[in-house]
Design a protein around this ligand. Structure first.
Ligand SMILES: [Zn+2]
Length: 388
């Protein structure tokens, strides 16, 4: 057997660094696999068959990066006494420290490159989330392992000005890298202060990964996030409110594709409306090979091809990001992508004679980048250095 991509010691940061993972349910994993670049790609597997699928993939491709997210945050709200838990065949199971350790070991036994904590949903600060958040990091800090990423599935409200400093403090206090999920009904980045808060968090926390997200992965990585995991289906592109019967991320019946020029996912039906009277945009990715983006129907084969196309476009964008130096050069590259997308929105509106609004999220990303958050001891009134 060849070398296995697996974490231990400081290796985990290297496994995460600048890596873009695709998050898919256990059924879609095989469709996506051929389009993952070995050096900077990988999979987050969801769904009940994730352990079996992970084992298969890692047996076939020992060097592939594959991890699991059990989705506990989609089912349960965390409490200070039970921040971690898991749905099993016997029903729901709260996890104490040794239970948690056992679950994390199980992920590694099934071939996961590193373990991911089954954290339950962390409500907003004003809804009593602060003690829950500190219970997650406190318990995780008691784990004697260096192969684990701590999942923080948070309400979008944690990214607002009033709460983001506390969130950053907890992320920095965590001994493990942290994967942040932002939960909202719809796109969390369309909520007030979230785009700015996320940038501040990424600038302030060097071991942060953005999880279960969309193109925000690129904004986060441009601003210092270690890595990201982008959802293959719409339901895996942001956190959802916990419900006991939530699944691992099902398929929408209608096809959705990433339109790279617009830095946005769109329903194919929308593209068909835009391009009803003019030649549609084509795509040169390895899946489309010059075919029109309007061609996808809701047939199974087309839904799969649409997913594969989106994955190729994500990695093509990511390859460009990966070629830049962290810091100003990377931010400059991202700003250029946003400026180009703005031009393409204008062009599309002019060509089609329709209204193509420039999305709120892209507008927010075109604003100036905020500074990193001050650390607690650097804030006025917290100076511990004594008189000079
Ligand atoms: Zn394509």
């Amino acid at each position: 057997m060849g070398p296995r991509a697996g974490a231990g010691g400081e290796e985990i940061d290297e496994l995460l660094r600048d890596r873009l993972l695709i998050m898919v349910n256990d059924q879609s994993a095989i469709d996506v696999l051929p389009y993952l670049p070995a050096r900077r790609g990988g999979l987050v597997l969801t769904g009940s068959a994730a352990p079996a699928r992970c084992r298969e993939i890692r047996n076939a491709l020992p060097e592939a990066v594959a991890v699991m997210d059990y989705g506990s945050h989609t089912r349960r709200v965390a409490t200070p006494d039970a921040p971690f838990g898991l749905k099993s065949e016997q029903g729901w199971r709260d996890l104490d420290l040794s239970g948690l350790d056992e679950i994390l070991n199980g992920q590694r036994v099934n071939g996961a490159s590193y373990a991911v904590t089954p954290t339950c949903f962390i409500p907003a600060d004003e809804a009593g989330g602060a003690p829950v958040l500190s219970a997650v990091t406190a318990q995780a800090n008691r784990l004697r392992r260096a192969d684990t990423v701590v999942l923080l599935p948070c309400s979008w409200r944690w990214l607002r000005r009033s709460s983001v400093s506390l969130l950053a403090e907890q992320v920095r206090a965590c001994r493990h890298p942290v994967a942040l999920i932002m939960q909202a009904d719809g796109d969390p980045l369309e909520r007030g202060q979230v785009a700015e808060g996320l940038r501040q968090l990424c600038r302030s926390c060097p071991r942060l990964v953005l999880w279960r997200t969309d193109l925000a992965a690129f904004d986060a990585m441009a601003h210092g996030a270690l890595g990201a995991a982008v959802g293959g289906s719409a339901v895996l592109r942001h956190g959802v409110a916990p419900r006991p019967d939530n699944g691992g991320g099902g398929h929408k019946a209608y096809p959705v594709v990433l339109v790279r020029r617009l830095l946005r996912y769109h329903r194919v039906a929308t593209l068909q409306d835009w391009f009803a009277h003019i030649a549609p945009w084509i795509c040169d990715c390895p899946v489309c090979r010059g075919a029109a983006l309007t061609r996808f129907t809701d047939r199974k084969a087309d839904t799969i091809a649409a997913l594969q196309h989106s994955v190729c476009e994500l990695y093509s964008l990511h390859e460009e990001l990966d070629a830049t130096l962290v810091g100003d050069e990377r931010i400059g590259w991202w700003r250029q992508q946003l400026a180009d997308a703005w031009e393409y929105h204008r062009l599309l509106a002019a060509q089609t004679g329709t209204e193509v609004s420039y999305p709120k999220v892209l507008q927010a990303w075109r604003r100036q980048s905020p500074m990193a958050l001050p650390r607690a001891q650097e804030q006025p009134g917290h100076d511990r250095s004594g008189p000079s």
